[in-house]
Design a protein around this ligand. Structure first.
Ligand code: HEM
Length: 396
């Protein structure tokens, strides 16, 4: 079997290639969209090895001549985002803004937003596009609350993602324009009078900027702007894609959905299982080998691109019994939805609270929520880093 990469963009069916790859070619030679050769790793054991072994480097994917998955849509150094957010006090500020106690305090506001959006949906009546009317505005609002940005700008902020994380074979002009537009919005927020008193991360970063002399230190100014901009993008895209797919999985499996509606106290393990099962990471996590090495008996050369297929690892029967069954009570559940090793997602508290609040509120208020169209007719977005439905028409 020749494996065409990336795999299908459909987000509700585990691609058949995953099982075949794990069994026959756990390290497979593929070509990426840019035509570069790469190694695709699909078992749990090899995935964790690559993510934990610093021979396989994320920072090296930002080197100018590195092999690529797709053409960059933002400056290369942003690929190693968290390593970049390491000085001038910004790392502590970011980690504090994303810490479990801060997120716990904000959760009442998330619930309030979810309720308000559902009130609007109820007032209009079904069918409604749940993505446009719930998952996108809810996600944007949660991100704005945590980062300290005004909720009213949500459409403009979310629209930046349409181009910002496209996966195209060649560079294109709109990518730079989109990046510049996002940066100039965040710069305006950081420089606004009173920004140092703003809530959330914005206020903290604006105070750091002031301590560094504001515009006089252009380098710090740009660095803090980029921090805010990239965190919004990384956060909004991951949470909205995951939430949309979690909803599709629950609506597709009416037995599990009803059970969760009757057992809201089980939302913790249920979210973990939805994280394991979901296919939102559409293009695998990439690393570059920084020295000659070996992986599962295959020689890997310095400079080789290694891609970790998260859905391969998360559906590996060696770790997850009956992996293609959605089991909302599954424990243990050592999934790799947040990665592993040095680059493990720093925002897991936010990601979990975002989804748990949205799902419990939706199921409590719309117990009869269901797809308005056959699942096979969902239009899945192509050319994007995540698998996500374009629209999610629902009834209740
Ligand atoms: C359901 C939601 C989310 C999922 C599934 C998710 C998943 C991931 C994964 C798989 C990685 C590892 C990438 C790699 O190893 O190459 C990662 C890293 C990262 N995530 Fe998340 N994420 C989520 C939400 C968020 C949010 C809300 C934010 C920010 C507010 C965020 C910020 C980051 C950052 C900055 C990194 C880079 C960490 C580093 O390089 O050390 N994520 N995330």
């Amino acid at each position: 079997m020749d494996v065409a990469f990336p795999l299908s963009r459909r987000g509700d069916v585990v691609p058949g290639e995953c099982a075949w790859l794990r069994e026959h070619r756990p390290i497979a030679r593929v070509r990426t969209l840019t035509g570069d050769p790469a190694w695709l790793v699909s078992t749990y054991e090899l995935a964790t090895r690559v993510l934990r072994d610093e021979t396989f480097s994320l920072s090296a994917t930002a080197l100018p001549n590195a092999r690529n998955q797709y053409a960059p849509t933002f400056p290369l150094q942003v690929r190693n985002n968290m390593a970049r957010i390491s000085d001038r006090g910004a790392r502590d500020a970011v980690m504090r803004a994303l810490s479990p106690p801060v997120i716990k305090k904000a959760t009442g506001g998330f619930r309030h937003k979810a309720d308000a959006l559902i009130d609007e949906m109820l007032a209009e009546g079904p069918p409604i596009d749940l993505k446009a009317r719930f998952t996108d505005p809810y996600t944007a609002s949660v991100m704005c609350a945590v980062l300290g940005l005004p909720d009213d700008d949500w459409r403009r902020l979310m629209s930046g993602l349409d181009i910002g994380i496209m996966t195209a074979p060649r560079p294109f002009q709109g990518a730079q324009a989109n990046w510049d537009k996002g940066m100039s919005y965040m710069a305006k927020r950081l420089r606004a009078p009173g920004a140092t008193d703003a809530p959330g991360l914005l206020g903290t970063l604006a105070r750091l900027r002031a301590e560094h002399g504001g515009e006089e230190d252009a380098d710090t100014d740009e660095y803090l702007t980029m921090t805010l901009h990239t965190l919004f993008e990384a956060g909004a895209v991951s949470t909205s894609a995951f939430l949309s797919l979690a909803i599709v999985l629950l609506l597709r499996d009416s037995e599990e959905r009803r059970w969760l509606g009757d057992h809201p106290e089980a939302i913790g393990p249920a979210v973990e299982e939805l994280l394991r099962y979901n296919l939102s990471i559409g293009d695998a996590l990439s690393r570059i080998a920084t020295q000659d090495t070996e992986l599962g008996g295959v020689p890997i050369a310095t400079g080789d691109l290694v891609l970790v297929l998260i859905e391969g690892a998360n559906h590996d029967p060696a770790v997850f019994p009956d992996p293609d069954r959605l089991d909302l009570t599954r424990t243990p559940n050592p999934h790799l939805a947040f990665g592993d090793g040095r680059h493990y997602c720093p925002a897991t508290a936010l990601a979990r609270a975002h989804a748990a609040t949205a799902l419990t509120t939706l199921l409590a208020r719309l117990p009869d929520l269901r797809l308005a169209i056959p699942a096979d007719e969902i239009n899945w977005r192509s050319g994007w880093i995540k698998r996500t439905p374009e629209r999610l028409p629902v009834l209740w």
